[in-house]
Write a protein that binds this ligand. Structure first.
Ligand SMILES: Nc1nc2c(ncn2[C@@H]2O[C@H](COP(=O)(O)OP(=O)(O)OP(=O)(O)O)[C@@H](O)[C@H]2O)c(=O)[nH]1
Ligand SMILES: [Mg+2]
Length: 262
């Protein structure tokens, strides 16, 4: 059966720092100057984020344009005290898209890889306030440091800081139509924070999560709106673990090939 077409919601006005709400009667575009916090701002006509403050946060977080050595496999390796190569994987995406749920599932269910302790820095409602983290080892040569970011708009600084030194990125979008604005804002922020050269060369895998929702947006429509056609894409249900392992295997493989060249 062809996917049912769902009309995405119009972008709506959101005050800086305020949680996302569905359309107001009167969009308050430009009602207040955005505060210089890197906060994502959506407007009724276009979705825009505070580009300058996002770039400033990225600069402060020392996310520089890629150096040539970084794109030549095997030339920019980080090793720990035990001589193991460390590869950093980051789950990025808007709040509530399922990043922590996916990491918890992988932590609980993947037996073939050695895992350290899971670290979650979140609030009492389970929303990440800084990051979640697990080290995952593949043999005794490589350790993947797997992080999730804090997706809430107000945690832009923490989120962008986690991107420093990223070697592989999973962009986890929410398939709920009413979350499309959040997905768009998040990918825009990511593009600004990483810069176009890094976006073009970094191994990136797309996870379209919450595919169990009866009104999940059609895959093609999501990829087109987010301009993510061409990346390896997985439809996932993080609460059930559906496709998470396949998605993760692809991410680890791409990151290792990119980083080490094997
Ligand atoms: N229906 C459905 N719910 C999901 C799925 N994945 C996650 N959820 C639910 O979505 C909510 C948010 O999940 P989290 O994993 O905490 O989201 P997050 O992306 O870590 O959010 P932040 O930490 O704020 O960035 C939880 O109630 C999850 O149970 C899914 O595939 N389907
Ligand atoms: Mg989380």
């Amino acid at each position: 059966m062809p996917p049912r077409e769902v009309t995405p919601p119009e972008a709506v006005a959101v005050e800086p720092g305020e949680p996302f709400k569905l359309p107001r009667e009167t969009p308050r575009v430009g009602a207040r100057e955005p505060e210089p916090t890197g906060t994502i701002v959506a407007s009724s006509t276009e979705l825009r984020i505070e580009a300058e403050s996002t770039s400033n946060i990225a600069r402060a977080a020392r996310i520089h344009p890629r150096r040539v050595t970084e794109i030549v496999p095997g030339t920019d390796l980080r090793r720990d005290d035990e001589g193991r190569i460390r590869i950093k994987i980051v789950f990025y995406g808007p709040s509530l898209s399922g990043k922590t749920t996916a990491l918890r599932w992988l932590f609980a269910n993947v037996r073939s890889l050695g895992k350290g302790r899971i670290v979650e820095i979140g609030d009492e409602l389970g929303r990440t306030t800084y990051f979640d983290f697990i080290p995952v080892s593949a043999g005794n040569r490589v350790v993947f440091d797997v992080f999730t970011v804090a997706g809430q708009r107000r945690h832009a600084t923490q989120r962008i800081n986690v991107l420093r030194g990223v070697d592989g990125l999973i962009f986890m979008a929410d398939s709920a139509p009413e979350m499309m604005n959040e997905n768009l804002a998040s990918i825009q922020e990511l593009r600004i924070a990483l810069g176009t050269d890094r976006m073009a060369t970094l191994p990136i895998v797309v996870a379209l999560n919450k595919r169990d929702l009866p009104n999940a947006m059609p895959v093609d429509r999501m990829l087109q709106m987010l301009d993510l056609h061409g990346y390896p894409t997985f439809t996932t249900i993080a609460t059930e673990g559906k496709n998470l392992l396949r998605m993760m295997q692809r991410m680890l493989r791409d990151a290792i090939v990119f980083k080490i060249g094997i």
